[in-house]
Design a protein around this ligand. Sequence first.
Ligand code: GDP
Ligand code: MG
Length: 462
Amino acid sequence: MKEISHLSSQPAINVAVVGHTNAGKTSLIRTLLRDDQFGNIDETAGTTRSVEKSVIFAGDHAVINLFDTPGFEDSSALLQALEELTGNVETRTPADLLRSFISRAMDYPDFEQEIKVLRQSLNSDALLYMIDVREPLLGKYSDEVEILSKAGKPILPVFNFIAGNDEALMRWREQMARFNLHAALEFDTVAFDFDAEKRLYQKLQSVLEPRYHTLQTLIDYRQEVWNKLVHAAARRIFQLLTQVACYRLEVNGKDGISDADMNAMQNFVRQAEQAALRDLLTIFAFSQKDVELHQLAVRDRQWELDIFSPQALKDFGLNAGATALKGAAAGAGIDLMVGGLSLGAATALGAALGAGWATLRRYQNELKAALEGHRWLCADDNTVSLLYLRQQQLLRTLTHRGHAAQGKIQLADNAGHALPKNWDKLVKTLRQNPEWQHHSSTSTEYRQLQAEVTGWLTADAR
Ligand SMILES: Nc1nc2c(ncn2[C@@H]2O[C@H](COP(=O)(O)OP(=O)(O)O)[C@@H](O)[C@H]2O)c(=O)[nH]1
Ligand SMILES: [Mg+2]
């Protein structure tokens, strides 16, 4: 990145994440870091007992120090203690009051956790105030805001658990506006995508004007990283499509396919898909927890539904009946385009013999005779289509597009499961180039197809 170097002279921005226990503070930080190892996330109250620092980098430069803090527990009692102290000590500013309170920490053993929060708030440039919008608007929240305001730092309310809670969100927005907190953010682990992340940094820009450029550099950097991730994922999906569409297993005999051959083909497809799934989860640093939150039909990094099950076809609006009618086993296609010699097989054979297509055509009849009885087992069109649709949906989920937190993801929602316009042509071209199965090609045709498919996928994920 050209712009990053100027950051080395700038100190990192200190941002404290504060709020009630279980509001989702640790989750927010984890999401921003894309690190499922950070912190301890738990439903049990008060998991985070001390202040924990983590760093958001742009390249090698630390841009933001994020401080995870323990939850506020009894804010009303704390406010009362602060008010009592006001009468006893002389302070010029509310921040001074907090400092004297902190210096008397020994006298307030009950507020051990809250004092850590106050100390960190005073030492930070801005506060992200996490709110679980499902919580009723109780007095403790206004007390919390009143206490936090005393630190004299910009406060950005962050509304969490917003999916499906529009009304509650509106009430909370009004409530925060009453405290003069108008710039607020919406966060939901499940619906959090790159745009939401960008908005968070932009809101910080608006409350931390002097650090505007530093934050802009971070936004640009994150954008570039994000684009690269999405692109890498799309290319991985193209690789999978190529592997499967180009797959060919020579089978013997004119009639029937042996179970062993069927299994070999199906296992190849399964393993290729599983490998791609694992790579995609890795690219987006998706943990088991994320998989659960998104209700992905994935367990132990494996698809729950077998690619050859009729249900998988149905889920994506594909017709399982067509295969059944032909009496073929699930997913099986036989490569028999030109009387036993398909274009794809011929090309492969031509390559193997070191002959070009023109030579092959000249000896077509001889070849046909020689190849009589040779058949190639491949994955049928339905399977290749299903594979694409499933990866497309996976990529959408991994990039957090349009998924609500509530309810099962609507797999049968066909609107989102349409195959691209040039789909048939793509599959045909892939099948005609069986040599692409094992290694990517440098040919223009291959590059063009790759660009086309990654284009479809990334347009979708952006
Ligand atoms: N569905 C959903 N669950 C969340 C979200 N944010 C946090 N959680 C869950 O809420 C619980 C408490 O979150 P945590 O980050 O530990 O809260 P903290 O105490 O404020 O640090 C955990 O079980 C999280 O998985 C969210 O946006 N959506
Ligand atoms: Mg926590």
